[in-house]
Ligand binder design. Structure first.
Ligand code: 6PG
Length: 466
C-alpha cells in the first residue's frame, strides 16, 4: 500500500473484525492488530478484495509504525480492564495528536475517568450498536469526547454508520467525556425493556391463549407492518417461526428460559437510581432477567402453588395496543432519564438527535423513533407522554394495556414491564398523589417536616406537639 493509513483498529473479535471490514469497504485504509497474531493473519487473508486496504500488524509497535500521524486507533477489546491495559500499552507509542477511540461497551464512568486521565494521546469513547451485522454494514454510533475529536472522526464514523430512511447517517456527537457511552447504556436499558415487553405478550399468547410458536410468528410479523415496526419485533417473528434442526419442533420450545446479560441494563437501572430518575419499565426488565435465572426456585414455586389459574382470553388486538403503549411509556422514561443525566453531568444531550441516531443500525431501531424525534424536537424538555402525538396514541392504547395487565394479574401471568409502565403512567397522570401519607409518616417518626398545601409555615403535624 502506497499511503500509510491514519486509521487503526485493535481487537479482531466478532465486532472488531466486522467494523474493520466496514471501514475498509467505505474506502478508508486501515491498519489492524490483534493480540494473537494468527487471528490477524486469518482476518487479513479472509478479507478478499478489501485486503488491499487493510494492513495487518504483528505487534502493537508494528501497528503504530504502519500508520501515518496523526493516528486514530479504534479499540474493540472487552470493556473493563482490557481497555485500561491497552491504553497503558499505547501510551509510550503515541503522540499528543494521536487519538484513541474506545468503541466497546464501556461503563460511562470509566470513559469519563479515562477522558480525564491525562494520557499522552487524545481519547474518546463511542457507543456502537447493531451487533455483528450492524458493525459490518452500518451501526448506530453515539460518540462522546471533545468536539474537535468528533469533528476529526465524523467523516469516517458517518460513512460507516447506518442511514435512516431519509438518508441521514446514524452517527452523532452526544457530548464530552462519557456522554456517548452513557447514551449507549440507556439504549441498552431500553433494549432490555423492549425485549421484555415482547416476551411478556409472547407469554400471554403461549400460556394464556395456548398458541404454538408457529401461530405466534405471523402475529409478530403482522405487527411489524404497523406502528410497532421495529427490528426487535421483526426478529421475534423470525425466531417464533424457526424450527429446531435437531427435533424439527419450534426452536423456541427447546431454549432454556433463563436470560443472560452482560450488565449494561443493570448499569442503566443503577444510574437511574443515582439520578433519582424513574425508569420502572427498564428496572422491571432487569429484574425479570434476574428472576429468569432462578430456574430451580421457579420450578419449586410451580410445584407448591400449582400452575397459573385458567387461561386468559385476551384479544390479539389488545396485545398489540398494549405493546405500543408500553413502548411509549418506556421511551418516555428513558428520555427523561437522559435529561436528568444531562443536567447532573453538565452534558448538552440533544434529545431529538439521540432519537434520530437510534432510527437505524441499532438494536432498538423502530419506526416509532421518527415520531419521537419529531415530538422531542417540538419541545426537548417535555416528557414524551405530554407530547400531543403520543398522548393521542396512548389514549388509544391505554384501555388495552389496562385489560392486558389486569388479565395477567387475574390469570397469574407475570407482566412486570407492562405493569410497571402502567403504574408509572397512572402516577404521572395524578395531580394529587399519595405521598402526603409518606411525608406525614416521616414527620411522625422523625420530625422530618413537610410543606403544607396552603403554604403556611407549619412544617409539623399535631403529633409533634407535647
Ligand atoms: C447492541 C447491543 C449489544 C449488547 C448485546 C448483549 O446495541 O449492539 O446492545 O451492545 O452487548 O445486545 O447484551 P446483553 O448480553 O446484556 O443482553
Amino acid at each position: 500500500m502506497a499511503v500509510k493509513p491514519q486509521l487503526g483498529l485493535i481487537g479482531l473479535g466478532t465486532m472488531g473484525a466486522a467494523l474493520a471490514l466496514n471501514i475498509a469497504e467505505k474506502g478508508f485504509p486501515i491498519a489492524v492488530w490483534n493480540r494473537t497474531a494468527s487471528v490477524t493473519r486469518r482476518f487479513h487473508s479472509a478479507a478478499g478484495a478489501l485486503a488491499e486496504r487493510i494492513v495487518p500488524a504483528e505487534t502493537l509497535a508494528d501497528l503504530v509504525a504502519a500508520m501515518a500521524a496523526p493516528r486514530a486507533i479504534i479499540l474493540m477489546v472487552p470493556a473493563g480492564e482490557a481497555v485500561d491495559a491497552q491504553l497503558s500499552a499505547l501510551a509510550p507509542l503515541l503522540g499528543p495528536q494521536d487519538l484513541v477511540i474506545d468503541a466497546g461497551n464501556a461503563n460511562f464512568h470509566d470513559t469519563d475517568r479515562r477522558a480525564a486521565a491525562g494520557w499522552p494521546f487524545r481519547f474518546m469513547g463511542i457507543g456502537v450498536s447493531g451487533g455483528e451485522a450492524g458493525a459490518r454494514h452500518g451501526p448506530a454510533i453515539m460518540a462522546g469526547g471533545k468536539p474537535e475529536d468528533w469533528a476529526r472522526m465524523a467523516p469516517v464514523l458517518r460513512a460507516i454508520a447506518a442511514r435512516a430512511e431519509d438518508g441521514t447517517p446514524c452517527a452523532d456527537h452526544m457530548g464530552e467525556g462519557g456522554a456517548g457511552h452513557f447514551v449507549k447504556m440507556v439504549h441498552n436499558g431500553i433494549e432490555y425493556a423492549d425485549m421484555q415487553m415482547i416476551a411478556e405478550v409472547y407469554g400471554i399468547m403461549r400460556d394464556g391463549l395456548a398458541m404454538a410458536a408457529p401461530e405466534i410468528a405471523p402475529v409478530f410479523a403482522r405487527w411489524n407492518e404497523g406502528v410497532l415496526r421495529s427490528y426487535l419485533v421483526e426478529i421475534s417473528a423470525a425466531v417464533a417461526a424457526a424450527r429446531d434442526p435437531v427435533t424439527g419442533g419450534p426452536m423456541l420450545d427447546m431454549i432454556v428460559d433463563a436470560a443472560g446479560q452482560k450488565g449494561t441494563g443493570r448499569w442503566t437501572a443503577i444510574e437511574a437510581q443515582h439520578l433519582g430518575a424513574p425508569i420502572p419499565v427498564i428496572e422491571a426488565a432487569v429484574m425479570a432477567r434476574n428472576v429468569s435465572a432462578r430456574r430451580a426456585e421457579r420450578a419449586a414455586g410451580e410445584a407448591l402453588y400449582g400452575p397459573a389459574p385458567e387461561p386468559a382470553v385476551v384479544p390479539l388486538e389488545d396485545l398489540e395496543q398494549a405493546l405500543i403503549a408500553g413502548k411509549i411509556l418506556c421511551y418516555a422514561q428513558g428520555f427523561a432519564m437522559m435529561r436528568a443525566a444531562a443536567e447532573s453531568f453538565g452534558w448538552a444531550l440533544d434529545m431529538p438527535a439521540i432519537a434520530r441516531v437510534w432510527r437505524a443500525g441499532c438494536i432498538i431501531r423502530s419506526a416509532m423513533l421518527n415520531d419521537m424525534a419529531e415530538a422531542l424536537a417540538e419541545d426537548p424538555g417535555r416528557n414524551l407522554i405530554l407530547a400531543p402525538f403520543f398522548a393521542n396514541t396512548l389514549r388509544r392504547g391505554l384501555p388495552a394495556l389496562r385489560r392486558v395487565v389486569a388479565a395477567g394479574a387475574l390469570h397469574g401471568l407475570g407482566l412486570p414491564a407492562l405493569s410497571a409502565g402502567l403504574a408509572w403512567f397512572d402516577m404521572m397522570r395524578t395531580a394529587r398523589g399519595t405521598a402526603d401519607m409518606i411525608q406525614a409518616q416521616r414527620d411522625y417518626f422523625g420530625l422530618h417536616g413537610f410543606q403544607r398545601r396552603d403554604g403556611l409555615d407549619r412544617p409539623h403535624g399535631p403529633w409533634a406537639e407535647g
